[in-house]
Write a protein that binds this ligand. Sequence first.
Ligand SMILES: *Cc1c(COP(=O)(O)O)cnc(C)c1O
Length: 373
Amino acid sequence: MTKLVTQLIQGTNGTDDRNTGAVVPPLYFATAFRHPGLGASTGYDYARLETPTRALLEKQLNLLEGGAAALAVSSGMAAIDLVFSTFTQTGDHFIASDDLYGGSFRYFDRRQAQYHVNYDTWDGRDIAQLIQALRPETKLIWLESPSNPTMKLIDLEAVATAVHAVRPNILVAVDNTFLTPIYQRPLTLGADLVVHSATKYLGGHNDILAGAVVARTAALAEALQAQLTTTGQTLDPFSAWLLLRSLKTLKVRMAAHTENAQFLVAHLPHLTAITKLLYAGVGGMISFYLAPEVAVDAFLRGLKVCSFAESLGSVETLVTVPDVQTHHDMPEAQRRALGITPQLIRVSVGLEDAEDLLADLTQAIAGAQPKED
Ligand SMILES: *Cc1c(COP(=O)(O)O)cnc(C)c1O
């Protein structure tokens, strides 16, 4: 078999069953598919179950993560919901790493309030402590690494090995949105499920809302598919087609995101107005603390190349203030304990010229500092 990048670029070609010779796959909008006869099917029956375009995307997503099967859904939150609605029920318990996408916490709190699926958090470091926190009714471990927004790293392989050694049936699920399978493939490290907000790096252009779940085993994938067919939060054909296109450049985009982020990590700390910078070493996500005297609102208003906007993973650089945006639903005490302060800035480093990005951040910070007398 050819290598991954070749598969991503060539793997869906030649799939047009009308033999037009088109070098990219067609986009099928059909929601209904003719049956050849009673009890017979082309493999496609009705769009909620599967569509030809979504099927191609799912093949590529699965290839990327190295699983048994992938499911493409309508958003990252739909992917998270698919996992929890498939594998947990009232009375169950799960454990989540403590520094997560804010929307995941909002979802967990609702799940707890509405269905009594209870959860505890874990700091992502002490695995013995995690094992101790397991209960008979624990069904799932939910991890995000590097964490959001403070970039803590979790040893996914050590967690999966330790959990499965004591309780083989507990599912280890990883939100792999930040690093993508280009830098981290949780299923190959022993995780059971991988979730993506494909709205972020997989899509990469701030124009697709999508999500994905990839399962390590066929049995897990079948359970997810049965739930998805029932609830219907599938990905529409056009988004699936766009996402297929995005995946072809995932590897070069990730390399370029890393290069730009590393450039900023090398140069931003020279600014005295930045007190601390956080970076996982690869990928395009960095966070930094502005000194107390820097006015955050003035900094955001002063940006000219970067946009103050709430997302990540795209070719456009976006700047976020987690304390008031992505993580605002988290109780203040918890935010402070995690290091999410009003001066914490998260930058999703895009693919603009790195020197332009540095110059923009530098001038916006300078403009937000008190004037010297
Ligand atoms: C954005 C995001 C989500 C939610 O995805 P949507 O596509 O916005 O629904 C989940 N996890 C992480 C890490 C995210 O960044």
